[in-house]
Write a protein of this length. Structure first.
Length: 263
């Protein structure tokens, strides 16, 4: 089926398309509200992820020219932080966990260099998603969404150890999968380093190409492609999940790096 790129309007098209299919951002996302009134204006989309954490999304239908979209999103984030217990209470069927730090997501066709430079210095993680709207021959429109990437903050203090990070996992079975994953990474020549906020970075041949995020009942991984873009968060809860990630993503990427380095 032939697809063509199209421009869409933010409020009239982009927002309804995301509301109808939040899975293009991340599997397991559920809608809490959209155009939610706050003192700083209407919050585009408020969702909850499968781990019970709130996720607020600020949308733009054009590439930002500066960091204004980030500053606006931080105002919404401040309101969500202060009101998350109330939000969890009135939306109790969604099993929102008000003790979890909310996630901040920006969705746009692209992001400016000033925004990316600022984002890496925030203590909270800002998640960037680039989208492209496409239209098929019947006129049906859909979104192609990919995570964007920016450099880590230099010299992030190692305030935790890998064993301490592993304790975030609630079950022995999940910790066993994580332990096996670490062995596999080190066996393939990775250097794994702890980072802030229960995360790990994986370095291969001096390149930081892997990020690991700890949750209560699983861990998630993101792999950097050759063009600098990142995969979405890939959930790993059982041994099969890790094997699938190795076969489908990690091993081909390592072969690509080895080939480019002439190894």
């Amino acid at each position: 089926m032939k697809l063509k790129k199209v421009d869409i309007r933010e409020r009239a098209e982009l927002e309804p398309m995301l509301v109808d299919e939040l899975s293009v951002i991340e599997d397991g996302m559920r809608l809490v509200a959209h155009q939610l009134a706050t003192p700083s204006g209407p919050l585009d989309i408020l969702a909850v992820d499968e781990d019970g954490a709130l996720a607020l999304m600020e949308l733009k239908n054009e590439v930002d020219e500066d960091e204004a979209v980030l500053l606006q999103a931080l105002r919404y984030y401040d309101w969500v932080i202060e009101n998350r217990a109330w939000i969890a209470n009135i939306h109790s069927p969604l099993s929102i966990d008000p003790t979890k730090e909310p996630r901040l997501m920006l969705v746009a066709p692209g992001f400016s260099a000033p925004l990316k430079r600022l984002a890496k210095y925030l203590s909270l993680e800002v998640e960037l998603f680039r989208y492209q709207a496409v239209e098929d021959s019947s006129g049906q429109r859909s979104l192609v969404v990919n995570p964007d990437f920016f450099d880590e903050r230099p010299e992030v203090p190692r305030i935790t150890s890998i064993p301490q990070i592993a304790e975030r996992l609630s079950g022995a079975a999940e910790r066993a999968v994580f332990s096996q994953a670490l062995e596999d990474l080190k066996g393939r020549g990775f250097e794994v380093q702890p980072r802030a906020r229960d995360t790990l970075s994986g370095f291969y041949r001096g390149r930081r190409i892997l990020r690991v995020y700890m949750k209560n009942s699983f861990f998630a991984v993101r792999l950097q492609h050759a063009d600098g873009s990142m995969t979405g968060r890939i959930r790993v809860a059982i041994p099969k999940d890790w094997v699938t990630f190795l076969d489908d993503h990690l091993v081909p990427r390592l072969s690509e790096i080895d080939a480019s380095d002439g190894a």
